[in-house]
Write a protein that binds this ligand. Structure first.
Ligand SMILES: Nc1ncnc2c1ncn2[C@@H]1O[C@H](COP(=O)(O)OP(=O)(O)OP(=O)(O)O)[C@@H](O)[C@H]1O
Length: 328
């Protein structure tokens, strides 16, 4: 059984709850995808995707719009049939729409899809019936989850009376109604303001602490960098690279970058060649990977009319370097 820390919960609501992920701790791998393929009208949108998700791990699927993130989640959840490959939940291969598998999974889709005619409380208790959680058990679970997501005083509100951030937290609460061992979060914070995003992030980190395997799709690199233990970088349905955020950054773009404006590409190219580093056009400027040698930075300074900006690299740079395009 897990105790939730008051510090970590949004709106600092102290409460305790039963396990979010009761069975996950006994299994080595929470979820595995084997060679998943999917085409729509002969156009491949997911191409040979493989990965594992461990209990207590947040795995990020990071890619631009249309990269295939939602299609992968739908295949994992069993709502779309792969053309090839399969998904394993714990020890079991998942069948399409398999009830037994669904009972161990939770999903936060991009759209809120809450029932607007129901109150917050009813949205949870009604949803609990899908999992045959009824009566006092449903009421107890709804109460625990409302406390978890900081909505305990909004049970009688209609969905339309909630803010965007509250709705997202309610959708997350609903996804946890069945104590899932794996939770899919499909771009869960799109459209939220910074405070609401951080509230949501705290909840995701609590799921991880409680042993839940979390698969998070996002095109926000700060979200990926902040939350994810490991990342899969996706473009056009293919995994380009994978690793921890720190590994991906260090091996792809190094630790620091200079943003330079006002000199021709040929000069940047020469500088990059000379220092054995990389460069990339970026809007009206250039990004130039900074080697450790401090003299190189001095040299750039002397030849640029406008002082260059020096900053730590990030996943956006990784994506730009690997694909030539920005994430968002
Ligand atoms: N049911 C469908 N029928 C036809 N094409 C589809 C269908 N679902 C998705 N696609 C196409 O598959 C590609 C991948 O879509 P998907 O929604 O998986 O990407 P995504 O990475 O989740 O994008 P976003 O970040 O915009 O949500 C897109 O080109 C999309 O138009």
């Amino acid at each position: 059984m897990f105790e939730l820390s008051a510090n970590n919960s949004p709106k600092s609501a102290p409460q305790s709850m039963t396990s979010i992920a009761r069975s996950s701790q006994t299994e080595a791998v929470a979820l595995a995808a084997y060679d998943l393929w999917k085409s729509y009208r002969d156009r491949p949108v997911v191409q040979g995707v493989n990965f594992t998700l461990n209990p207590g791990e947040i795995l990020g699927l990071l890619g631009p719009n249309g990269a295939g993130k939602t299609t992968i989640v739908r295949m994992l959840y069993g709502s779309v049939r792969p053309d090839r490959g399969f998904v394993q939940l714990g020890q079991n291969k998942i069948q399409l729409q398999g009830r037994a598998a669904r009972a161990k999974m939770g999903i936060v889709t991009q759209e809120d899809n809450l029932d607007p005619d129901f109150t917050v409380w009813e949205n949870l208790t009604y949803f609990a019936h899908h999992y045959r959680i009824t009566g006092a058990a449903a009421r107890q679970r709804a109460g625990e989850l409302l406390a978890l997501v900081g909505l305990e005083d909004r049970g009688s509100s209609l969905v339309d009376e909630l803010s965007g951030g509250m709705k997202r937290r309610l959708v997350l609460a609903r996804a946890l109604i069945n104590h899932p061992q794996v939770v899919f979060l499909d771009e869960p914070t799109t459209g939220l303001d910074p405070n609401a995003r951080q509230d949501f992030w705290r909840l995701v980190l609590q799921l991880k602490q409680n042993g839940c395997g979390v698969l998070l799709t996002t095109h926000y690199m700060d979200e990926a960098q902040r939350l994810c233990d490991r990342l899969l970088l996706l473009q056009q349905g293919k995994i380009l690279d994978r690793g921890t955020p720190a590994e991906l950054i260090e091996r792809t773009v190094g630790l620091e970058v200079a943003e330079i404006i006002g000199i021709p590409e040929s000069t940047i190219q020469q500088l990059a060649q000379q220092a054995g580093t990389w460069y990339h056009p970026f809007g009206n400027s250039y990004l130039l990977g900074l080697p450790a040698d401090p003299q190189f930075w001095q040299q750039i300074h002397t030849i640029t009319p406008t002082p260059p900006i020096r900053r730590p690299t990030n996943l956006e740079d990784v994506f730009l370097r690997l694909t030539g395009t920005a994430l968002a």
